[in-house]
Design a protein around this ligand. Structure first.
Ligand code: ATP
Ligand code: MG
Ligand code: MG
Length: 702
């Protein structure tokens, strides 16, 4: 209700001066009379009881009981068709057909009809006839003067499917369907053959065009509805599409093997390959459907199909499942489900029950045959590449929402799980060869899923880290760690050569300013050393110390590549010590390596051999160049080598030698090792690296 809030009456053009009594409560125009109000008489005249003829009924003041309308009969359907058929587009219009067909299917499923005739005439009329019991035509006890047929056609929520007496399991649920079709049809004729007579009643936009008429005796049985959608609702240009009707009719026939559906369409309406006449009859039901669907698909197994009926309990389950490695057309897998022949495109409890049953049986088969990998299989893996069709018939189904798109009856899940368990167990054990193949296939799906998840994690992790990678890192292209290498190179010039010599895909280069790395005996610029070390940590993807996690390592191998001289040895020892102190797990795991760049290049004629050190040189001279006077060159550093040389001698996995850094076995050795490496005697360090026998084991790279 409106209240008398004090308001400057800005719009008042009447006699009362607004300014004078602006502070006084002003009765707003059109409020209900208020006897306690001291309003001036001329204003009271304006106040009158609301009537429907009031022009401003849309204002808040006009919103009274009169604004609350009750739509009678089928009016609401014509006012809000979207609420009943999901819109007024072509899809919605074809839903009219579904409603009428569903009613005939209910009659067939209930065991009273055997055949359904669908016919689209040249003038746009669609008719659906069945040979069922016929809609009752006797007078309705609650609506004097009206036949049951007229009630069914004109009263929402009227029908024979509420109690479960006339129909045990039905797609019809709300008693709304055919009345909606009637409301939205320009003209609808119902013909009923029943009790020896033919009856007919005609409607237009839901309104009877006369009483029900008895046309004469007939031995036929059944119901026919012939109708044309109302152009006022669907538009002048809306027409039924033969191909669409054909598809819908055929799909229904698969869902109930006890029905034959005859299709006929005026040839003048057909502009594609849709047949003008056809008959749908599928004695193997869903198995027939799936077989037809996968006719060009290579499948992993035969179709697993079956039907279980709970006699007397009003429940039945029918299913067909097959797996394909290549997928089904554009889909890897698909699931089509139905409840009481109503499609449930959003799935629901029946689909869940099927997945659960298949998964459980498959896992127990794996266990029975001693295949441990069955443990990782989930319902998701089972369904990922499966073509699934399932249809259940249950009493009082519950759907989510008005559109019946998703089944929510928990009973359906139990029913399906129970129904499928034994047949699938049996199917598996009766053909072990096929079962093993299927199990193998599904285990692979599970492994794929796990791998994908892991890859995703790695990718995500490296994507976030990538943002923080040190600028001087030349990263490799590969995102996951497998088979990748990080070369820690001394100095920018060697870094440049290494960048040219590397395999971009798997090898990354991080140039380091080695000298400032001496963390243990650091006397110099600590801040710069820290920057260097934090760059190193970022590149590796790990954190030093307690938070080090091996799995974070961004590369499989970390290769220290320094010059083959005293300085190089020093830097290598500093790095090894740093890793040893802060991330020993990396060494223990065998991720840390030393590159073995040559010190000498020995060539004679076209023959070139590289020597790691003096001893190696002596050995080579004796073995390879005996009696000759080869040219011997000494590399002053990595930066001096041609990229191709560096690649061949030190970096290319096919030709290089890497030494894996291993931890000494005992604590004592570790102590003396650190002393040797970190002490202030460079000669010791140098010798140590040169004779790295106990410390570095040579590992030919694979
Ligand atoms: N072909 C038919 N043969 C026999 N009875 C029918 C037929 N079509 C409709 N009926 C009767 O008319 C009733 C109303 O049909 P309608 O389609 O309006 O509602 P419903 O099928 O009960 O539920 P829903 O609104 O979910 O379709 C049905 O319950 C049934 O009793
Ligand atoms: Mg219905
Ligand atoms: Mg009805």
């Amino acid at each position: 209700m409106s209240t008398s809030v004090p308001q400057p009456n800005l719009f008042d053009t009447g006699a009362a001066p607004a300014s004078q009594d602006a502070a006084q409560p002003q009765p707003a125009t059109n409020t209900a009379p208020n006897p306690a109000n001291d309003a001036p008489p001329e204003k009271a005249v304006k106040v009158k009881a609301p009537t429907t003829s009031q022009p401003d009924a849309m204002t808040a003041e006009g919103y009274g009981a009169n604004a609350i309308e009750v739509l009678e009969g089928l009016e609401p359907v014509r006012k809000r068709p979207g609420m009943y058929i999901g819109g007024t587009d072509e899809k919605a219009m074809h839903h009219l057909f579904a409603e009428v067909l569903d009613n005939s299917m209910d009659e067939a499923v209930a065991g009273h009809a055997k055949a359904i005739w669908v016919e689209l005439d040249a003038d746009g009329y669609l008719s659906v006839r069945d040979d069922g019991r016929g809609i009752p035509v006797d007078p309705h006890p609650k609506y004097p003067g009206k036949s049951a047929l007229e009630v069914v056609m004109t009263v929402l929520h009227s029908g024979g499917k509420f109690s479960g007496k006339a129909y045990e399991t039905s797609g019809g649920l709300h008693g709304v369907g055919v009345s909606v079709v009637n409301a939205l049809s320009e003209r609808l004729e119902v013909t009923v053959w029943r009790d020896g007579y033919e009856w007919q009643q005609v409607f237009s936009r839901g309104l009877p065009q006369g009483p029900i008429a008895q046309l004469g005796p007939s031995k036929k049985r059944g119901t026919r509805e012939r109708f044309i959608p109302d152009p006022e609702i669907f538009g002048e240009n809306a027409h039924f599409r033969p191909a669409r009707l054909y598809r819908m009719a055929k799909a229904k026939a698969y869902l109930f093997r006890g029905v034959q559906i005859y299709w006929k369409c005026a040839p003048s309406l057909i502009h594609d390959t849709t047949p003008a006449e056809d008959k749908f009859y599928f004695p193997n039901g869903l198995a027939d459907y799936l077989a037809e669907r996968v006719v060009d698909t290579e499948t992993v197994s035969e179709i697993f199909s079956g039907r279980v009926e709970r006699k007397g309990e009003g429940g039945a389950v029918e299913w067909a499942v097959v797996w394909s490695a290549a997928g089904f057309g554009e889909h890897d897998g698909f699931a089509q489900s139905y409840c009481n022949t109503i499609p449930t495109p959003d799935g629901g409890t029946h689909e869940a029950g099927l997945r659960a049953a298949l998964t459980r049986s498959l896992k127990s088969y794996a266990e029975m045959t001693g295949d441990k990998r069955g443990a990782i299989v989930t319902a998701e893996d089972v369904a990922a590449q499966a073509g699934i069709v399932i249809s259940v018939f249950i009493k009082n189904p519950e759907f989510q929402g008005q559109t019946k798109d998703r089944l929510s009856s928990s009973e359906a899940q139990k029913l399906v799980e129970k129904a499928l368990a034994d047949p699938f167990d049996h199917w598996l054990t009766s053909s072990p060869k096929q079962a093993d193949k299927l199990l193998q296939f599904i285990v692979e799906r599970a492994e794929e899923r796990l791998k994908k998840r892991k890859d995703k994690e790695v990718q995500r992790a490296s994507a976030t880290r990538k943002l923080r990678l040190p600028g001087k890192l030349a990263d490799c292209a590969r995102q996951d760690a497998k088979d990748t290498e990080l070369f820690l190179v001394e100095g920018d010039s060697a870094g440049g050569s290494a960048k040219q010599a590397r395999n971009r895909n798997t090898q990354a280069i991080l140039p380091l300013r080695g000298k400032i790395l001496n963390v243990a005996s650091a006397t110099g610029d600590k801040a710069k050393a820290n920057q260097e070390l934090s760059d190193l940590g970022l590149a590796l993807g790990v954190q030093p110390g307690a938070r080090f996690k091996e799995d974070d390592l961004r590369y499989e191998r970390i290769v220290i590549m320094t010059d083959a001289d005293v300085d190089g040895a020093h830097i290598a020892s500093l790095l090894i010590t740093y890793f040893y102190r802060t991330m020993p797990g990396m060494i223990r795991n065998g991720n840390l390596f030393l590159a073995m760049p040559p010190l000498y290049r020995i060539s004679h004629g076209s023959k070139t051999v590289y020597a790691r050190d003096d001893a190696h040189r002596t050995q080579i001279l004796e073995k390879e160049f005996k009696g000759k006077k080869p040219e011997i060159g000494r590399f002053k550093g990595l930066g001096e080598m041609m990229p191709a040389q560096l690649k061949e001698t030190t970096m290319d996995p096919k030709t290089r030698t890497l030494a894996r850094v291993v931890l000494p076995e005992s604590e004592d050795e570790v102590e003396s090792l650190v002393e040797t490496l970190m002490g202030r005697k460079p000669e010791l360090r140098f010798r140590y690296i040169q004779e790295n026998a106990e410390f570095v084991s040579e590992d030919l790279d694979v």
